[in-house]
Design a protein around this ligand. Sequence first.
Ligand SMILES: [Zn+2]
Length: 259
Amino acid sequence: LRVAIRGELEQLLRGQVFASVTRHAHFVRFCFRKPRGRGSRGLQHLELIVSPMLAGCFDLVESDAKIAADTALVVELDDSRKLIYRDNKQMGKVYVLPFEAHDKVPGFQRIGVDVLDEHAFCFDTFRALAKTRRDQVRVFLMDKTALDAMGNAYADEVLFAAGIHPKAWVRSLDDEALGRLHRSIVEVLSEARDIIAERAPPLPQKLRDFLKVRGRAGEPCPNCKTKIRRARVRGYDACFCPRCQPDGRKSTIVDWSRL
Ligand SMILES: [Zn+2]
């Protein structure tokens, strides 16, 4: 929790009125109304920004609900409910700052192209970004300063949909493969967003049961029934189908064990 404004957090937030909740790339931005009129004396124009990272989640509960052990922040609302932010990995960050003082939030102003913004994330932009890369495709997909934002799960799903091996070098992908990758990012993420919106799980619950390869190592591939494998890519676990996502890097190496 970073309070980038002078004063006690409790005093700063008491009496504030939520004006909007929006998503800015991988940040959730809660803006409070500009204080005016009676009862607003001493209130400052604030916002609260949360970067939930891997495991952060929100919940809205009744005032007498039990508070879970991984609760990081509780905001009491005037309708007797509580807005809760939980994080069992303690990786997420919460910032309280003066309105629009976004220089106080590391990474907020220097983020990559928003992959859910259909105008900003066009193929030409994606291709231009890819042409600057000297790393493996999965590392590129997960770099928030380039593409905002995919974590482990969706990086795996996107590469599976595109039929690209997670360790393929970005520079080895031709325009046809880059086109497939770009389309897969758009399709996989919008489909996931629609499924989650339709099933509307409780706020803190992360729906993952519709993912095709993530978390399914050892299970048959939904396309070809080959066993899904797990590999390490730059310190992260990747799940992929060795048949649908062939490893082009090894195409010139003879596999003696098979002979
Ligand atoms: Zn397969």
